[in-house]
Design a protein around this ligand. Structure first.
Ligand SMILES: *[C@@H]1O[C@H](CO)[C@@H](O)[C@H](O)[C@H]1NC(C)=O
Ligand SMILES: *[C@@H]1O[C@H](CO)[C@@H](O)[C@H](O)[C@H]1NC(C)=O
Ligand SMILES: *[C@@H]1O[C@H](CO)[C@@H](O)[C@H](O)[C@H]1NC(C)=O
Ligand SMILES: *[C@@H]1O[C@H](CO)[C@@H](O)[C@H](O)[C@H]1NC(C)=O
Ligand SMILES: *[C@@H]1O[C@H](CO)[C@@H](O)[C@H](O)[C@H]1NC(C)=O
Ligand SMILES: *[C@@H]1O[C@H](CO)[C@@H](O)[C@H](O)[C@H]1NC(C)=O
Ligand SMILES: *[C@@H]1O[C@H](CO)[C@@H](O)[C@H](O)[C@H]1NC(C)=O
Length: 357
């Protein structure tokens, strides 16, 4: 257990599902480098959605205005041995569930760590910012490079020492490796300035990802107690920046979208599937050691939710001007998700893994 109680600690409002998991596990639960935040969507029409998912039924109610959702998960008994296929399901309206949490009450950072302490359950849920997994020039959670990224090929310990004792670790890094432009490349640093042997290489994003995965899997293999810690890795979170993908106007991006895509099997053109395929191949190398990294394949179910992004209502360090708000092509955020919203359903699936598998 971590025992940090300082005036600067953050208390994240934990999704109910996760809370009740930790109550039974008395766990130290860490989410590394996740990318889910935001709210503030203004007073739009109420959107109430749920996922119907084969034998599992996950329900979430989203209110785009003040956004007080409710979640309810039900699972039929008798399918314990069967892997739930997250791609087989559809979003349905749910006007029954009542809100189970109200979003972002207190938020205090300690460097890269945001902690939520559930005292009544003796549990800690931490969010730890290390977006490129290994050490990088993007490690500052507030001021980080977005375009010019440099990773350190063989340095992970500063981050990993924070994860080491966790009972459950959930990694989430995909978006940071996706090419946002065709010519986007990753810089990789070997050696160090301190030792005078620093060397910088430049390579394709996926090759940089491979270097980070190699270091991560080596570290996990050597440091994680497989009898104690469960490891998850979030899959590709899709973006909705090209409205022509679903028959809209590209200049609007996902602004004013109020319904999911209903076309079964819809796939966002911007998702890079090669990254998670690479991740899977590295996680396989841990299997002979008896370690399993469970991928949370949220891609397809999130692909449908073009209406789930904060667009121009995203909270900004400097609020957008009227002119910027009127220019969704440049200023609508169709990458991050509103909370409460789609990521709550990712948590429901995580809950399913923790409770039933
Ligand atoms: C809380 O958890 C820690 C670590 O597992 C344990 O040492 C401690 O006894 C627990 N405290 C209570 C009140 O259960
Ligand atoms: C996730 O599921 C989709 C099908 O919806 C599949 O195409 C993709 O390869 C899966 N990704 C991983 C990492 O398993
Ligand atoms: C899950 O369902 C999708 C869509 O029906 C299918 O393409 C995929 O192969 C399935 N995955 C598994 C592991 O069964
Ligand atoms: C929920 O929606 C269904 C279908 O639209 C409707 O029949 C029902 O009356 C609604 N229930 C409530 C409580 O609004
Ligand atoms: C912040 O976390 C570090 C460990 O990463 C700890 O040493 C330090 O005491 C914490 N600071 C505060 C103000 O809690
Ligand atoms: C993990 O559990 C297995 C089976 O119970 C046991 O043989 C092994 O010694 C345990 N390993 C550790 C590091 O505790
Ligand atoms: C989006 O909706 C707002 C409010 O209804 C409207 O004023 C605006 O013109 C719409 N923008 C686009 C690009 O459709």
């Amino acid at each position: 257990m971590k025992t940090e109680t300082t005036p600067k600690m953050t208390v994240l409002h934990a999704p109910v599902g996760v809370r009740s998991i930790v109550s039974s596990l008395v766990a130290f639960f860490i989410v590394a480098s996740s990318v889910t935040f935001l709210l503030d969507r203004g007073q739009e029409a109420q959107v109430q959605m749920a996922v119907e998912h084969g034998r599992q039924e996950m329900q979430v109610k989203l209110e785009a205005g003040l956004q007080e959702p409710a979640m309810r998960g039900t699972t039929d008994a008798g399918d314990a041995g069967e892997e739930c296929n997250w791609s087989r399901g559809r979003w349905v309206y749910d006007n029954m569930s009542r809100p189970l949490y109200s979003g972002l009450k207190m938020r205090i950072f300690n460097g890269s760590l945001i902690s939520f302490k559930a005292l009544e359950y003796n549990a800690t849920i931490d969010f730890y910012w290390s977006p490129l997994l290994v050490e990088s020039n993007s490690d500052n959670p507030i001021i980080h490079r977005v375009e010019y990224r440099i990773i350190r090929a063989d340095r992970i310990e500063r981050h990993a020492s924070v994860w080491r004792d966790a009972d459950i670790i959930v990694f989430n890094s995909y978006l940071w490796w996706r090419k946002q432009k065709d010519d986007m490349r990753m810089k990789v640093m070997y050696g160090s300035f301190e030792d005078g042997d620093a060397r910088l290489d430049e390579m394709e994003m996926i090759d940089g990802f491979e270097i980070a995965l190699k270091k991560l899997t080596e570290w996990l293999g050597e440091n994680i107690d497989k009898n104690k810690t469960r490891i998850f890795f979030a899959g590709s979170s899709p973006t909705h920046s090209w409205a022509s993908n679903w028959g809209g106007e590209d200049s609007n991006k996902c602004l004013n979208e109020t319904e999911p895509i209903y076309k079964i099997g819809y796939k966002a053109a911007t998702t890079d599937y090669s990254l998670m395929a690479k991740a899977k191949s590295y996680f396989k190398t841990l299997e002979p050691k008896g370690m399993h990294v469970q991928i949370l394949n949220i891609t397809e179910l999130s692909d449908y939710r073009k209406d789930g992004h904060p667009t121009v209502f995203r909270r900004q360090f400097v609020p957008l001007t009227k002119e910027q708000i009127a220019n969704p092509a440049s200023y609508a955020d169709c990458t991050h998700w509103c909370l409460p919203g789609v990521p709550d359903v990712w948590n429901e699936f995580l809950y399913g893994y923790l409770m039933y598998k």
